[in-house]
Every structure is written in structure tokens, then in C-alpha cells.
Write a protein that binds this ligand. Structure first.
Ligand code: SAH
Length: 339
């Protein structure tokens, strides 16, 4: 049985047409599910009984469960239990510009970045669209507030679960439903070049962030397996193609790892690599984890790295840190829970 929260408006319309009902029924259902937040057919009013029966027989309304949560200043970390007893996490951050939720797109991850906790636990499976939608629903129900921004940067590689992630975005973007604007949604990828090119033709204005983390292939190969599949020049070409098609600015994420990718020379090389591209660099202080040996770059060197990029004409920001106390780095809560 399909979960009702995994259906796009189009899929729901097709379903109602297929059972000889009206297309507009889909809008009604979206409003019940996402505006009124009804979690049962029995609460649906103004729907003929035979249609209700049909919905009941065809769709599940099951929700994933909040297993536990951890709070810190301006951040709440959620661990969810799925119907097959797997765990994923979301992180809610209270920014000055709004409420941002970071969601997972897979259970585990196969990209195998050496600094990342999620990659140490291999991918179990992709998340279904409904499991991504429900992360939002449950957090909003928990805090009794609407989130304003969404980042797909939790556990998993979203472009390794491309179709489900695109359907998920369609569902939450629909104005009859959760109505989260695409400009308030960001997808982060370790750089699956073919998918970046595909993504360039999608509708909407979803933001794209690329986990670059190195100024050249030599260093990138040491920390990211995907660098053995796609070179930085292939990646940059795909990004340029994306920008030319969408006219949108891209973010390059750059984790600073002590003595690995944080030298002045790296900063100069990075600036040279990105010069002239409609992009900005988001420097990420590394969130150290128990079982990974990398060290976080010292603040003075972060500052130097930042200043060099700036001086070289690159737009650069430093990521505000949330939740290092609550295991908020990608995959940490889940992996500590699995121990
Ligand atoms: N697979 C996607 C999205 C998930 S990771 C991607 O690679 O972009 C989201 C971001 O968190 C990536 O930039 C990733 O490199 C970074 N990240 C992973 N572990 C981290 C840690 N311990 N500290 C800081 N950032 C981390």
C-alpha cells in the first residue's frame, strides 16, 4: 500500500481520475493533509463515503516516529524511527532569518567521504518521498511552528536518490500543501556530475550546493571517493552548465580540515579555480567526531583562509555553527544510537 504523503498533486489527480472521480479531489486531500494536518480519512469532510473507502483501501497514513530528540541553544536534533526500524535524523536550526530544517535523504550513504560519519554506515536504502515529507510534518507538529527553510544535507546523497527527492520537492512546494518556496530549499551534493546536469532542467528555483572540500583532484581524492569518479574539472563544467541554464548562483561548501585542505596555498588555488563563476564559498568548520581522526582547523587559520578568498575576489561566508554539543554533524546521532 502506498503512503499518502508520498504522492505529488499530479499523482493524486491521476488516481482520482482513474477511479472515475474528479480531479479537484486531489486539492481537497492536499488541504486536509497539509493545511489542516488531518492524519485520517475519517476526518475528511465533504468527501463521498465511497471515495473515502477507496482512499482507505489504497493508501496508508502511517507516520514515522520521533524516537528521541536533543536540544541545545537554537537547535533541536531529531532521531526518527522508520517502519522497518531503521533510524534517520533531522536537525532544526533557529536562524535570525527563520526556522531551517536539515533533513536526511537516505538511510546511511555510499559516497564514503572519509571525514563524514554518515558514510561510515553504508547505505541501507533510499528514503521514500513520504519519509522526507514526514520529517517536516513531525517537526512542525512538535514545535507548533512552520519551518521556513529546508536543506537536504542530512544523512545521504540526495542525487543518489534523485527521483524520490524531486517528487518530495514537488510535494512540499505545492501551494495547496506545505507550500515551501523552492528558493527556500537547498540541495547539497558531493558532486554527481550527471545529476547536476539533469537538475539544471528541473522546474523551480531550488538552490544547489556542492560539497567541494578541496582545490584540486589530488587532495579531493584523499578525502572523497567520488573524486575518483569525476574530476574537479568535470564537476566545475557541470556547475557552469547548471548556471548557464538556470542563471542561479551556486554554493561551494568547503570543510576546513587541519593540515589537509586548509593551507594558504589551498585558499589561493581555490580562489583561482572559482574565479569568474557565479558562486560563493561557504567555509565549514569541521565538526570533530569520535571515531574519525581529522582535526578542525584552528580559528586563526580559518580567518586567514577566509581573508585570502575575499582578497582574491571570491564571495565567502563562514557557516554558523549549531549543535556541536548535540551530535549535529551529519550522521552523528544515528551512528551513536546504533552503537
Ligand atoms: N551528500 C550530500 C549531503 C549530505 S552532507 C553532500 O555531500 O553534500 C552535508 C554537508 O555536511 C556536506 O558538505 C558534508 O561534506 C558536510 N559534513 C559531513 N560531515 C561533517 C562534519 N563532521 N563536520 C562538518 N561538516 C560535515
Amino acid at each position: 500500500m502506498k503512503n499518502i504523503y508520498g504522492l505529488t498533486m499530479k499523482q493524486l489527480e491521476d488516481y482520482f481520475i482513474s477511479i472515475g472521480d474528479k480531479k479537484f479531489r486531489a486539492v481537497q486531500i492536499y488541504e486536509f493533509l497539509y493545511k489542516k494536518r488531518y492524519n485520517s480519512v475519517d476526518k475528511f469532510n465533504n468527501i463521498p463515503n465511497n471515495i473515502k473507502e477507496n482512499i482507505k483501501n489504497n493508501f496508508s497514513f502511517d507516520l514515522i516516529k520521533i524516537e528521541t530528540k536533543q536540544k541545545d541553544k537554537n537547535v533541536i536534533k531529531y532521531l526518527f524511527r522508520l517502519s522497518d526500524n531503521e533510524y534517520i535524523e533531522s536537525v532544526l536550526m533557529y536562524h535570525d532569518y527563520g526556522l531551517s530544517l536539515c533533513i536526511s535523504s537516505q538511510i546511511g550513504c555510499n559516497m564514503g567521504c572519509s571525514f563524514c560519519q554518515s558514510g561510515r554506515l553504508k547505505k541501507v536504502r533510499n528514503l521514500e518521498a513520504y519519509e522526507m515529507v514526514e520529517q517536516i510534518l513531525l517537526v512542525e507538529e512538535d514545535i507548533k511552528e512552520k519551518i521556513t527553510h529546508l536543506v537536504i544535507m542530512g544523512i545521504g546523497e540526495p542525487f543518489d536518490n534523485y527521483d524520490n527527492v524531486m517528487n518530495f520537492i514537488k510535494i512540499i512546494n505545492n501551494t495547496k500543501g506545505i507550500n515551501l518556496g523552492t528558493r527556500h530549499i537547498t540541495i547539497s551534493t558531493c558532486g554527481l556530475v550527471d545529476k547536476i546536469r539533469k537538475f539544471a532542467s528541473e522546474e523551480g528555483q531550488v538552490n544547489l550546493a556542492i560539497s567541494l572540500h578541496a582545490p584540486n583532484d589530488e587532495i579531493r581524492k584523499k578525502i572523497m571517493k567520488i573524486a575518483n569518479v569525476y574530476s574537479i574539472s568535470q564537476l566545475i563544467n557541470a556547475v557552469k552548465y547548471y548556471i548557464s541554464k538556470t542563471n542561479r548562483r551556486v554554493t561551494f561548501e568547503y570543510i576546513l580540515l587541519e593540515n589537509i585542505n586548509d593551507s594558504d596555498e589551498c585558499a589561493y588555488k581555490l580562489a583561482k579555480l572559482l574565479k569568474g563563476i557565479n558562486a560563493y564559498v561557504n567555509l565549514i568548520p569541521y565538526n570533530e567526531t569520535d571515531n574519525i581522526e581529522y582535526k578542525r582547523t584552528k580559528d586563526v587559520q580559518i580567518k586567514r583562509f577566509y581573508d585570502i578568498l575575499k582578497k582574491e575576489g571570491i564571495t565567502v561566508t563562514k557557516r554558523k555553527e549549531f549543535g556541536s554539543k548535540v551530535d549535529a554533524a551529519c550522521g552523528q546521532l544515528r551512528s551513536n544510537y546504533n552503537k
